[in-house]
Design a protein around this ligand. Structure first.
Ligand code: FMN
Length: 193
């Protein structure tokens, strides 16, 4: 099973990274491995809306997205982890998602959605925000849903933590790390029919 994760936080040792690491631990403990893309460290140009992918479903900009396109195409499980910035996902996450417009063209214009492998395609959305109100997370969730739909991830689980602001504050949450660990395990669980 191929599993990839996107860390959309720029804060090293921050809440998103801590949560994601725990999710990955839950997966690794089942004997599987995860390839993590630390988006803040990657060279990814924002989508230029050049139309270069309209007829082919392939982006004509060559940068670090090349490795992400390949990884998304062949992944069975995809994790998106992001802090909430200004009521949405981080810019690092959004830039990567916008560049998935080529998958949108492939799916909706060329009618060639990414095919699932034998394990199906499932996702997990991890969001952390400093505000306590639910409204702070809605926009980010909608954006992530559009991302998953575009890359043909038919179902995804979600784990949101509100009111977590200071670096490392998530460590003091009563259940967060355990929840993240369990979410990882569950993501790779194969249900016997
Ligand atoms: C630029 C910026 C914008 C933010 N905007 C919001 C926001 O709109 N809503 C919210 O709940 N938290 C907001 N926050 C707080 C972060 O979501 C919070 O500190 C989170 O724990 C950061 O996660 P990290 O440690 O993984 O970076 C913002 C933080 C920054 C730096």
């Amino acid at each position: 099973m191929k599993i990839i994760a996107f860390n959309g936080s720029p804060r090293s040792g921050g809440n998103t990274e801590l949560l994601l690491k725990e999710t990955i631990k839950g997966i690794v403990d089942t004997g599987l491995s995860v390839h993590t893309f630390n988006l803040n460290e990657m060279n990814i140009r924002p989508c230029q809306d050049c139309g270069g992918c309209n007829e082919t479903g392939k982006c004509i900009v060559n940068d670090d997205m090349d490795q992400i396109y390949e990884a998304i195409r062949s992944a069975d499980r995809i994790i998106l982890a992001s802090p909430i910035f200004f009521f949405s996902i981080s810019a690092q996450s959004k830039i990567m998602i916008d560049r998935c417009q080529s998958f949108w063209c492939e799916k909706y214009l060329l009618k060639e959605p990414i095919k699932a492998g034998i394990y199906g395609r499932k996702g997990l959305l991890l969001l952390v925000g400093g505000m306590k109100k639910e409204i702070g997370i809605q926009c980010a969730e909608t954006c992530a849903q559009a991302f998953f739909r575009t890359i043909s991830v038919a179902e995804h689980e979600k784990l949101f933590f509100l009111g977590i602001d200071a670096k490392g504050e998530i460590l003091h949450h009563p259940t967060a790390l355990k929840d993240a660990y369990e979410a990882g395990r569950k993501l790779v669980e194969l249900k016997v029919k």
